[in-house]
Ligand binder design. Structure first.
Ligand SMILES: [Zn+2]
Length: 133
């Protein structure tokens, strides 16, 4: 989806240029999402999750990454970069919350991760094949 193309559309943001701040935030969120898919595959889950369940977990990880990285106190950011980063992060989180996994499933997964933590949520997903309440 991303590599090998001159432009990429990720979470509704087109990457043509826009400086390292934009690329760091947008590509980082996409990589966090895709790394969660990779983690699931590498852990040998022998069952197939419903797409909305897996996508919602991956979207929560991308959202967590945005919380972590789009910090206005990032020492590499100028004042303008920090404002831009905060705004872009807010836009991406909104896209994620209403995006591929569907708003309701994302909120359910986000709540589960807040309640149980990511590791325990993943264990409960393995047991129940669904997002825990
Ligand atoms: Zn995905």
């Amino acid at each position: 989806m991303l590599f090998g193309q001159d432009t990429a559309m990720i979470y509704g943001v087109t990457l043509v240029e826009g400086g390292s701040c934009k690329i760091k935030i947008v590509v980082g969120a996409a990589l966090a999402h895709e790394m969660m898919h990779a983690w699931i595959r590498l852990h040998g889950w022998t069952f197939t999750l419903e797409k909305s369940v897996e996508e919602s977990i991956c979207d929560v990880v991308a959202s967590m990454w945005l919380d972590y990285t789009a910090d206005e106190n990032d020492p590499s950011y100028t004042e303008n970069n920090a404002r831009f980063a905060k705004s872009l992060s807010r836009h991406l989180k909104n896209s994620i919350e209403t995006g591929s996994s569907g708003g309701e499933e994302f909120l359910k997964a986000k709540h589960a991760v807040e309640k149980y933590g990511l590791e325990d949520t993943l264990m409960l997903v393995v047991i129940t094949r669904s997002i825990p309440e």
